[in-house]
Design a protein around this ligand. Structure first.
Ligand SMILES: [Zn+2]
Length: 310
């Protein structure tokens, strides 16, 4: 598969066509036990902490597993026909994510596709390593492909000047479109264009089941309107319009279990621990997340008008 994928690097997939991986007879059998030697993440109120600290891998629900770090999410969605890995966190986190996949009893070589939330180093810099560990192509929407393939962003990134050092280039990146469904055996993960934090921002939805109980999983991309010292959202009306459309998309997603690239943004660990008032299953979570994103965007635009922001 890797040979074919190499040939297809940076070539667009047929528009609107489902992306499908061949079933692998060597797919791992799921294991329910995680590595007990990994300490739990320290409680933190800062989304900037724990990025390179290995978190204990754990089941979120059904065949959806947390394999990321204490500060950055990576998700493994598994099946007997192969798996999908979403996000690679930082470069130092790549091997930690691989170790977490193995600790759960899965074989990284059974990962058939890599997916990404957005093309910033804290969610994409580990993907080059993970592509080596899995042999899986990375699928991304067109505005993110060049950045992921080169490790260098362009002026479409509101934070470009802050990330000039770039990140490890991902050799094999294939293009998918808004609404495409990535399929591996019984798995079906759908891409939703939710740009704004970056041009290529993408949210993902799929269903996971435990017995007869099936829930809608929603991995919504970051919705913060951050920028470097030069970028003005108000000078990019198409970006702002797409940002607003993406927020409308997020608000309407099927969303029983809400997940985010920074686990703290959806209080994931507190919810997994059963903290009172923080339910894991909450069908209104995506709508509230979109509302807060919209408020953040409107404040950003107003701050630009009043000169508080670039
Ligand atoms: Zn970002």
């Amino acid at each position: 598969m890797l040979g074919l994928a190499l040939l297809a690097a940076c070539q667009p997939a047929p528009r609107g066509a489902p992306v499908t991986a061949a079933a692998s007879p060597t797919a791992a059998t799921p294991a329910a036990t995680a590595d007990r030697d990994i300490p739990a993440c320290a409680a933190s109120d800062s989304a900037m902490e724990g990025w390179n600290e290995r978190a204990p891998p754990r089941r979120i629900f059904g065949n959806t597993w947390y394999v990321g770090t204490c500060g950055l999410t990576a998700l493994l969605v598994t099946s007997d026909a192969g798996h999908v890995l979403i996000d690679g966190a930082t470069a130092p986190a790549g091997p930690l994510i691989e170790a977490n996949i193995r600790a759960l009893g899965f074989d990284p070589r059974d990962v058939k596709y890599l997916l990404n939330s957005h093309e910033h180093y804290d969610h994409a810099a580990g993907l080059a390593y993970l592509q080596g560990a899995t042999g899986a192509p990375l699928l991304a929407r067109a505005p993110a492909v060049a950045t992921l393939h080169t490790g260098i962003s362009d002026r479409s990134d509101p934070q470009q000047l802050e990330f000039k050092e770039g990140f490890p280039a991902v050799p094999v990146v294939q293009t998918i479109d808004d609404g495409d469904t990535v399929r591996v055996g019984p798995l079906a993960l759908t891409a939703h264009a939710t740009p704004g934090h970056t041009a290529g921002g993408t949210s993902w939805t799929w269903r996971s089941c435990e017995g007869t109980r099936c829930l809608d999983m929603a991995y919504t991309d970051s919705v913060s309107a951050l920028s470097d010292r030069q970028y003005r959202y108000s000078e990019h009306p198409a970006m702002v319009a797409a940002f607003r459309r993406g927020l409308d998309t997020i608000a309407a997603l099927p969303c029983d279990i809400h997940l985010t690239p920074h686990p703290l943004a959806s209080d994931l660990f507190a919810r997994l621990q059963g903290t009172p008032g923080k339910p894991l299953v909450d069908a209104g979570a995506c709508r509230r997340y979109a509302q807060s994103g919209r408020a953040n965007l409107e404040k950003r635009l107003s701050d630009e008008t009043s000169g508080l922001k670039p």
